[in-house]
Design a protein around this ligand. Structure first.
Ligand SMILES: [Zn+2]
Length: 336
């Protein structure tokens, strides 16, 4: 029996994106794979009164099991309601989103198990095949009021050798046709963000006085041109972690060996929310802060072996980070 997200207390992304567009902020999309992450996301977003998109990647599905993850999404809604009541806060809208779906079958199975939003990523395919696959997913999802994110342009990944080469940016001249033919609700674009904690090579960056790598600016010219082509359309940025040096330093001071980590400066993300960017994906920053807290804990207290002793501080670090993003970077705080 198929499960509808509507019975789980989840919402699709339509209403939250409309409000974000009007309010000139972006809704955070945070990835989760385990209990501490989902607790931290919900508590931080409830406390800052921010809408939120819980994201499940294919890696998360392999690691934690798709069925369990959709029940965790349902559990997150119930937990949010209980905490809202206890603290006298307004309930927040929560969407459960498939990140980087790559086949129709996968997207369908997520819809059927209670996801409220789907990304179909056909960006690696030839253009017409991307259109065809995306359209098929949209037709299925829209029957159930599930929103769909498509992608045009390819983001460089952590394994890729070539980063931010011109050919991988979204071509503004394609977006009108793509949106019209597929019927997608939102569009992920490539303007210089990238996946992972090593978004740029040192030689692509300049160094500031503190020795921190400053990457090349995002291509706001392309973003502006896309906005001109499809005015009022919801734009999504993937790979938008900032890779804070503070977290990287804690990791390295406590036995870690992260090298040349570079992210997207927060000012640039703040600037992007002033365009039509309504959803910003952040994953690596959560991984970094979690690792930093756990490494520090083990260094300070090598005798601890109860997972709650080190996952607890990791959860606290995540809550702080998510609150900071909502309040100071994406501007989503106070918008429910
Ligand atoms: Zn992505």
């Amino acid at each position: 029996m198929a499960v509808s997200y509507k019975n789980l207390g989840l919402v699709n992304t339509n209403e939250m994106f409309k409000k974000a567009m009007e309010g000139k902020y972006a809704v955070p999309a945070y990835n989760f794979n385990n209990m501490e992450q989902i607790q931290a996301i919900i508590l931080a977003c409830l406390e800052t009164q921010s809408p939120v998109i819980l994201q499940v990647s294919s890696g998360a599905r392999k690691y934690a099991d798709q069925t369990l993850l959709s029940y965790m999404g349902q559990g997150a809604v119930e937990m949010m309601k209980t905490h809202a009541k206890e603290k006298g806060l307004k309930e927040i809208p929560i969407a459960l989103h498939l990140d980087h779906g790559d086949t129709f079958e996968l997207c369908k199975s997520c819809v059927d198990t209670g996801f409220s939003s789907i990304m179909i990523d056909g960006s690696h395919l030839p253009y017409d095949e991307n259109v065809e696959l995306t359209k098929k997913v949209v037709e299925y999802c829209h029957q159930f009021d599930v929103t769909v994110e498509g992608e045009l342009g390819v983001l460089a990944g952590i394994e890729d050798e070539v980063v931010a080469e011109k050919s991988t940016y979204t071509k503004p001249e394609e977006v009108v046709d793509f949106v019209k033919r597929t019927g997608v609700d939102s569009l992920a674009i490539s303007i210089g963000t990238s996946h992972g904690a090593n978004k740029f090579k040192p030689e692509q960056c300049t160094k500031n006085a503190e020795g921190v790598y400053i990457p090349p600016e995002l291509r706001f010219d392309i973003l502006a041109e896309i906005e001109k082509q499809i005015p009022g359309f919801f734009i999504v940025l993937h790979g938008s972690s900032s890779v804070p040096m503070e977290a990287v330093n804690i990791i390295n001071e406590n036995g870690g060996a992260l090298k040349d980590s570079v992210g997207i400066p927060e000012e640039q993300l703040r600037k992007a929310t002033q365009y039509n960017v309504c959803k910003v994906n952040i994953d690596s920053d959560g991984r970094l802060w979690m690792t930093a807290a756990i490494r520090k804990h083990f260094n300070d207290k090598p005798g601890d072996f109860d997972p709650r002793k080190y996952l607890g501080p990791a959860r606290v670090a995540l809550i702080e980070m998510y609150k900071h993003k909502n309040e100071n970077v994406l501007g989503s705080a106070g918008n429910v």
